[in-house]
Design a protein around this ligand. Sequence first.
Ligand SMILES: [Zn+2]
Length: 322
Amino acid sequence: MRLDGARRDGRLAHGLLFSGPRGIGKRHLVELLARSLLCGTPTAEGLACGRCADCALIAAESHPDLLRVGPDPEAKSDEIPIAAIRALVERGALTPSRAAWKVTVVDPADHLNAAAANALLKTLEEPPGAALIVLVTEQPGRLPATIRSRCRQIRIPTPRPADALTWLTGRIPAKDAALRLCLAHGGPLRALEELDEDLLRQRRERFDGFLAIARGERDPVVEAAAWNGLGARLCLDWLAGWMVDLVRLAASEHPIHLDNPDLRDALSGLARRLEPASAHRLLQRVLRARALVETRANPQLLLESLSIEWLRVGAGQAPGRS
Ligand SMILES: [Zn+2]
């Protein structure tokens, strides 16, 4: 790990920004780094020993020099408020009490609200000597440019598909591994942790609902409520994947890649009926909605407008005017 060299030479920046797609191991890496910095007797490879008092405190989630800042799970908003950052800066909270470093992990950093980001910026500009602030995000572009420029940026790439698949087949049945990796957009940890049996069943049910709307057998508003109940972000992700595949299948009978290889037959049947321009337009709307959904307190209306549009598009009708 290059960071390890930087740390040993005393060149570690005070602000680190870890970014990359979901489910590829960013947080695991941040955790390894934090542990190795706080461990009293790190191994020759620079990793935490797992046996000293500091390692024990970390394992018990009570190490005084490891702080975690995130949205308040009790609060209605999923923003990180300014109070969370103020608490860091005041009372010398960034001075280590027993280890060589004080490590603060801000995750997901793109949830910092504007005031909190500003307060953090001041800290990043004049950090106390032994403070390390680690920001973790899937969407670095949503952080203010001023914050990004004060941090050393570490982009964690999606692993090569063959490597990810090898890793994954060591942990789940081989017959599921390729599909789950595909649905996780190549993120092996996401494939392992998020795409369990239950979620795959729910995806199948929502896909059945999607097909039923196109046949005129399901009320799109009812289906949109089911999407909302399951989580708008997740359902928009699925919807985007189905629409992308439909557009691909409308353009070529044998596209090289599908996001949903297991649904090829049903999607091919649908793609033959669709009016390509309408399908493409709906796909654009779904992608815009997916970008917007994070900022919506109640995305129900957004989802309904898409499911109603799909009723028209799925029935093979020409573009509407909405
Ligand atoms: Zn240790």
